[in-house]
Design a protein around this ligand. Structure first.
Ligand code: UDP
Length: 238
């Protein structure tokens, strides 16, 4: 077995990670590909909790700007994350990895309720814990959920897997001269307004000194991040 830098991690995937070309809905082939990446990490003996967003299906904030009551819209967004969690559960299990979906909104016919001690036990038993329904509260995001669950479940790092291979000083999609950081401090991230996570989530990780690694979701980057290889951008206190 290779030497792991992080033995227990929280993987944050945006809802769009499960979508295909159209960036909406759930594309089974995309889910299979991302689960393949996750499987490589699990095969190294890493304990993993996963938080998945819901933006591929529904975003509360955007619906509320179009006139919907914010809390109702946010509950819909949280339910969207449950759909994504069930899709990832199905695919991971097809690929041979035991999982449990734990939801912050009780839905006993489809998944377990989120109970921290139970989640810890699942991790100890080698099951992937997929945290669904965000924090269970409107006005929050799944980034905040990732920060919260990452700390509650004693993860050593949050890996935010995205389409971009790290944090840049400006948007690399629109600036060809954008420069990528290998590592950056929490303070610098805030000072430069780099928007790695929303402010609530960022305050939580910073106050509790939880490292965040931003890397690509494909190409074995998540695996390399867990091994402590130079990949993506690491946000930490120094
Ligand atoms: N949401 C919420 N409370 C939470 C987590 C999520 O109300 O604790 C809702 C919110 O409406 C959000 C939606 O769920 O827009 C989907 O989550 P998010 O936007 O974080 O997903 P992502 O952008 O990562 O796909």
């Amino acid at each position: 077995m290779p030497t792991l830098k992080y033995r227990r991690v929280l993987l944050k995937l945006s809802g769009e990670a499960l979508a295909g070309e159209t960036k909406t809905g759930i594309a089974p082939e995309t889910v299979a590909a991302i689960c393949g990446e996750i499987g490589m990490v699990l095969d190294m003996g890493v304990a993993m909790a996963i938080v998945i967003g819901g933006g591929n299906i529904f975003r509360g904030l955007s619906a509320s700007t179009k006139g919907m009551e914010r809390s109702s819209a946010d509950y819909m967004g949280m339910l969207a994350t449950v759909l994504n969690a069930l899709a990832v559960q199905d695919m991971l299990e097809k690929q041979g990895h035991p999982t449990r979906v734990l939801s912050a909104i009780t839905m006993q016919e489809v998944c377990e309720p989120f109970v921290r001690r139970r989640a810890l036990r699942h991790l100890e038993k080698g099951r992937v814990v997929i945290c669904a329904a965000g924090t269970g509260n409107p006005y929050f995001t799944t980034d905040t959920t990732a920060a919260l669950r990452g700390m509650e479940l004693k993860c050593e790092a949050i890996i935010k897997a995205t389409k971009v291979d790290g944090i840049y000083d400006r948007d690399p999609a629109t600036h060809s001269d954008a420069v990528k950081f290998d590592s950056i401090s929490y303070d610098d991230t805030l000072f430069r307004r780099l928007g790695v996570m929303d402010a609530t989530a960022f305050a939580l990780v910073r106050d509790n000194n939880m490292p965040i690694i931003v890397c690509r979701m494909f190409g074995g980057d998540i695996r390399r991040a867990v091994l402590g290889e130079k990949v993506g951008t690491v946000v930490h206190d120094r």
